[in-house]
Design a protein around this ligand. Structure first.
Ligand code: FMN
Length: 160
């Protein structure tokens, strides 16, 4: 059986999408964007406030569609750092999917707070998975992103 890898991510303003695309390109993975049925507001203050309340309440928004993760044995899971944790749509996705026996690889983009609890909270929602060391980058990483993603993939032993 051949090994297949998947990159799933949520993005609000495009940064995490850029990193997801780089990982997919470098690893030959399938790419899947997690989308909530109801999009978050684009206004920064509005989304910050809504996210705060949802995260506090442990709210899991309904998603537009999903992908069968059964076909993949490695899954990269990406989120923006929202209030030091994953965005609620990523939590919805991880709740619904069965990651048992898979290798999970967290990544996040942030506004200065780094990984914070992102990798820990992904691992908590994938209790029966092996979770590798994650990747974090400020914003979209600009021109540094490609090299940093490549260096990280080498560090964690993923053949390119
Ligand atoms: C609702 C919300 C909460 C955020 N909370 C944090 C935070 O706690 N720490 C941090 O470093 N950045 C925080 N940010 C900044 C984002 O993590 C950062 O801009 C990220 O790159 C956005 O990714 P995206 O473009 O894929 O949506 C927050 C942004 C939003 C919209």
């Amino acid at each position: 059986m051949s090994k297949k890898s998947l990159v799933v991510y949520y993005t609000h303003s495009g940064n995490t999408k850029k990193i997801a695309e780089l990982i997919a390109e470098k690893t030959g993975s399938t790419l899947f964007a997690i989308e909530p049925e109801k999009a978050y507001p684009t206004a920064y203050q509005a989304v910050v406030e809504q996210a705060k309340q949802e995260i506090r309440a442990g709210y899991r928004p309904a998603l537009n569609s999903t992908i069968d993760v059964g076909d993949y044995n490695m899954v990269f899971v990406g989120s923006p750092n929202w209030w030091s944790t994953i965005a609620p749509p990523v939590a919805s996705f991880l709740d619904e999917a069965d990651f048992a026996g898979k290798t999970v690889v967290p990544f996040c983009t942030h506004g200065g707070g780094g990984m914070a609890n992102v990798a820990r909270d992904i691992a908590q929602l994938c209790p029966d998975s092996e979770v590798l060391n994650g990747f974090e980058i400020y914003g979209n990483g600009s021109a540094r992103a490609r090299g940093e993603v490549g260096a990280w993939l080498e560090r964690i032993g993923i053949k390119l």
